[in-house]
Design a binder for this molecule. Structure first.
Ligand SMILES: Cc1cc2nc3c(=O)[nH]c(=O)nc-3n(C[C@H](O)[C@H](O)[C@H](O)COP(=O)(O)OP(=O)(O)OC[C@H]3O[C@@H](n4cnc5c(N)ncnc54)[C@H](O)[C@@H]3O)c2cc1C
Length: 316
């Protein structure tokens, strides 16, 4: 199958989540005896774009920065048609949700979001999807000729090689597209590490007592090179900025390590963090629901545990 991967660019390079999408797309291509082409829209040098080859892509098609979301969908639709692609893969994100849904409509193609594994192509095209905020899985068979997939983070272990891919710059006329949904500016989160792509996240809840008590958590995050996050009430109370709020109604994260400090573990919080590989919970209440979802639990006061953890990390 001819696979097209929609890769997002940030700060002049391919986003980490998109690297995983490329690796996934290349696996689908090799599983079905096809090619893996990347479509990247934004700003990046040819050398950076060529690195898509590290993850298995055989070609990169590049379209320079575009502000109009409708134009993204138009470009994707045109490239799917011109390359004869039958599978489109993207990392799940706010942008890919908007773009893939519109392209699926234009192409009359089936769209599966939250895909958690490689497709089963032994009889048709069936994907496993995470549903009900991660509480269940659905097997979805896509019967259209073109299938669009948005994959969840951490669904495949990425191993990068050293191959590079040739880059071709395309020019696609999008002037007729409706400009009602435009990216006017991008405001970067202030944290040192980007939350959606972080390998380690240290997160605080109401158990942190107030914004003036956040320093022990920030110290641990700094020692670990981690991003910081929080529960919804914490951002509602303005203890922490809204972009740190994780959960059903916030950012969905899937780091290798999620450390929850003084968070009860409500289902709406778990919905945004339960794809993390290892979850560590620090809570003074041994009955806190979060312990049921934890790989490691520390029953104790965050203000006693956090400084000890930070000291131990620094000692390592
Ligand atoms: C429609 C809807 C959507 C929602 N979406 C989200 C969402 O996206 N994200 C989200 O987080 N929530 C969401 N919520 C809210 C959610 O239901 C919980 O209310 C919220 O997650 C609780 O936040 P918390 O754990 O920080 O606070 P609490 O429930 O108050 O828990 C605080 C925890 O800290 C512990 N603690 C207290 N002091 C200490 C100490 N000194 N040391 C160690 N532990 C201590 C306590 O034992 C307790 O377990 C949503 C709710 C609704 C209804």
């Amino acid at each position: 199958m001819s696979v097209l991967i929609f890769a997002e660019l940030a700060d002049g390079s391919i986003r980490k989540n998109s690297q995983e999408a490329i690796f996934y797309g290349a696996k689908v291509a090799s599983q079905t005896g096809g090619s893996a082409t990347v479509l990247a829209i934004g700003e990046a040098s040819e050398a950076e774009l060529a690195k898509a080859g590290n993850f298995g892509a055989t070609q990169v098609l590049y379209v320079k920065k575009e502000e109009n979301i409708m134009a993204y969908a138009k470009i994707l639709t045109e490239v799917v048609k011109s390359t004869g692609s039958t599978v489109v893969v993207a990392a799940r994100s706010a942008l890919s949700d908007a773009v893939l849904a519109r392209a699926a409509g234009a192409l009359k193609a089936g769209f599966a979001g939250n895909v958690t594994a490689l497709p089963d192509t032994s009889a048709g095209f069936t994907v496993t999807r995470s549903i009900f905020s991660g509480k269940a899985f659905a097997q979805t068979t896509i019967t259209s000729d073109i299938r669009l997939l948005a994959i969840k983070k951490n669904v495949i272990d990425v191993t990068a090689g050293s191959d590079t891919a040739p880059v071709e710059t395309l020019s696609i006329d999008t002037s007729a597209e409706d400009g009602s949904a435009k990216i006017l500016s991008v405001e970067k989160a202030t944290g040192a590490v980007s939350l959606p792509e972080a390998d380690i996240v240290v997160s605080g809840g109401r158990g942190m007592k107030g914004p003036e008590h956040w320093q022990p958590l920030l110290d641990l995050a700094e020692a670990l090179g981690a991003a910081t996050a929080c529960s919804k009430p914490v951002s509602d109370l303005d203890w922490r900025p809204h972009h740190e709020h994780v959960g059903q109604t916030g950012v969905k994260v899937a780091p290798n390590l999620y450390i929850a400090c003084g968070i009860s573990g409500a289902i709406q919080h778990l919905a945004g963090v339960n794809s993390s590989k290892v979850i560590v919970v620090i809570n003074k209440d041994p009955e806190a629901p979060f312990f049921k979802a934890a790989d490691y639990g520390i029953v104790g006061d965050v203000f006693e545990v956090l400084p000890k953890l930070t000291a131990a990390v620094k000692a390592l």
